[in-house]
Design a protein around this ligand. Structure first.
Ligand code: DP6
Length: 330
């Protein structure tokens, strides 16, 4: 083999029912079921090029080399795909996100999903997408959910993600109030391990998460916003409560995070249906019906500390791009 290459596009996903904690650390199996929405507006483009010129794997993000931990994680996933294909060639990975990276905006999810699919396609492996979700999940569990569009679940201890409903089932709008451009201090993998080890509330989180997941799933299937909103918020806040009780505490909230929460609660008191969710970072993601998106967006943009607001509809499945047009990669 001299060169084998594929370029894919994936989309970030935001969990409406959160994954936080592992049932099996070595295999990276989640301790709780989660359900997410894939977002059309937050995209990762990744090219994987296996070439006999290389003496080791390389990872480039937006034109910058990524040594250390990120490269190790990528290389591990590449090695799994190499083993399936029976090849030993190293790969150069070039990836680009059109949204802030490593700050709680789900960049690892779309990133590892893209890497898994691009590696599989480059090496001409004929695997069902479900099998690709298992490869992505082993690298980063939330990544399994980014291979499908629309509403997607990853059950507790599950190997692979499953589609719950396609994007057109319920075209809600997700508004992302960006409160910082900085990378976060504690990544999700370390954060959830720290929570599991030191938080007295972690066990309660794991016990209660399946109930919240079931509630979120039922509300999504019934397209019932009034039922969805409290379950989404409780899932996020219960997850954060387990982090806040860790020792030392894991606090991802910034003053702007609370300002946006307050704005959403004010909007609701005034009769606008909206609910928030927060991941391992300071941003707040707000779910609304499309008819209310403009009003809510304008209010979020005015909340103190909000830098900008991204707007997104439900996104599609991961896709393979035609060769020769990776203009967004450099
Ligand atoms: C808060 O999938 O990044 O975004 O499996 O260790 O890579 P690893 O963790 P990761 O955790 C995501 C946590 C979350 C919630 C969610 O997306 O469900």
């Amino acid at each position: 083999m001299s060169e084998k290459v594929a370029t894919v596009r994936t989309h970030a996903n935001i969990a409406l029912a959160k994954y936080w904690g592992k049932a099996d650390i070595a295999r990276n199996l989640p301790a709780v079921p989660s359900l997410s929405l894939t977002l059309a507006g937050m995209r990762t483009t990744t090219e994987v090029r296996f070439t006999s010129e290389l003496a080791a794997d390389e990872l480039w993000l937006s034109g910058k080399p990524q040594p250390g931990k990120p490269l190790e994680r990528a290389s591990k996933l590449l090695s799994e795909v190499r083993a399936l294909a029976g090849v030993r060639t190293f790969a150069r990975v070039r990836s680009h996100n059109d949204f802030p990276t490593a700050s709680g905006l789900a960049s690892s999810a779309s990133g590892f999903a893209a890497l898994a699919l691009a590696a599989v396609k480059a090496l001409d492996l004929r695997l069902p997408l479900e099998r690709v979700t298992a490869l992505a999940r082993a690298a980063s569990a939330s990544a399994a959910r980014s291979l499908y569009g629309g509403y997607v679940e990853l059950l507790a201890s599950a190997e692979h993600a499953t589609r719950v409903a396609p994007p057109e089932h319920w075209p809600l709008t997700m508004l992302v109030a960006v409160t910082s451009e900085a990378a976060k201090d504690t990544g999700s993998t370390d954060g959830m391990q720290h929570t599991a080890r030191t938080s007295p509330y972690y066990a309660s989180w794991v016990t209660d998460a399946p109930r919240l997941f079931a509630e979120v799933k039922a509300a999504v299937l019934a397209k019932d916003f009034e039922r969805l909103a409290p379950a989404v918020e409780q899932s996020a806040l219960a997850m954060h409560a387990s982090m806040l009780a860790a020792s030392p505490a894991l606090i991802y909230f910034r003053p702007a995070t609370l300002a946006v929460i307050e704005t959403v609660r004010d909007l609701r008191r005034a009769g606008t249906a909206a609910c928030f969710t927060i991941d391992a970072g300071p941003h707040v993601k707000v779910l609304v019906e499309p008819k209310d998106a403009a009003l809510v967006r304008e209010r979020l943009a005015r909340a103190p500390g909000v830098l900008r607001v991204l707007e997104s509809a439900p996104g599609p499945d991961a896709s393979v791009l035609p060769q020769g047009a990776p203009e967004v990669l450099s």
